[in-house]
Design a protein around this ligand. Sequence first.
Ligand code: NAD
Length: 296
Amino acid sequence: MKLAFIGLGQMGAPMARNLLKAGHAVTAFDVVAEHVAALAADGATPAHSLAEAVAGAELVLTMLPSSPHVRSVYLGADGVLAHVAQGVPLIDSSTIDPHTAREVAAAAAARGNPMADAPVSGGTGGAKAGTLTFMVGAPTALYERIKPLLGAMGRNIVHCGDSGTGQVAKICNNLLLGISMIGVAEAMTLGAKLGIDAKVLAGVINTSSGRCWSSDTYNPFPGVLADAPAARGYSGGFATDLMLKDLGLAADAARQAKQPVALGALAQQLFQMASARGLGALDFSAIIKLYEGSAA
Ligand code: NAD
């Protein structure tokens, strides 16, 4: 299939590489020329504009930082909708607010292009390994049509419902993830301060009722897990500033729905504090550094 892939960052580049490996012809575009060149070296056709990227494409995928980027890439005067052929399906895998996802999908539908929101979970490791979870918001017919293609980049392809529901699932998951990471950081640093070995404590938690992904797969306490970001100075992984963005999306959506997210609001402020202290580019498990001076 002839694909256009737009947004070749930490996630987009490995996802596009998996599509190349699966035998698709990928035309790649990013505003950063080096990102395009790197993918071209792996077999993609380089594009120098959105118009060039979508010319002749049978399907378009985007993996962009946030809502304003998605809005401008699709709805801009020289954007995707201005150039893509009618009927070509569009998939946006960026994490954005559900309202924008629905608005862009409605604009696409009005031009005759079915559009799915398909944000992902699984991080940069999952993007490289092709084991991402896709949370898809789309009419059933479109979901069935794009499922095999998403299968080249992911292991779990979940139909969440109509347009926007993929983003709803994603921001609710990340709301919980942000909160649980802070909880684990707090419990681990308290335990260390009170004199228990961090690995022993993690072992107890991970076989007890406090167990969660933040404790057993991504523990923020240095020395507990050999392959977690905590073992490499919190480099790589999922940036604190991206978690902060996702908690902002959840808070905005909650405000619109008049639904309380008390712990989410507190988590947002703590990640804001981490970002203000210069931790924004580090993995979000670096939130444990807020407890530094105590034990971590
Ligand atoms: P990133 O910043 O590394 O990549 C985004 C890319 O989009 C960059 O290469 C940037 O140059 C490009 N871009 C920006 N504006 C553009 C435009 N107008 N036209 C073309 N390209 C443009 O971000 P990422 O880590 O790859 O994340 C992408 C999305 O996936 C985000 O919404 C993020 O929240 C989500 N996500 C990230 C992770 C993770 O672990 N990094 C995990 C799950 C979901």
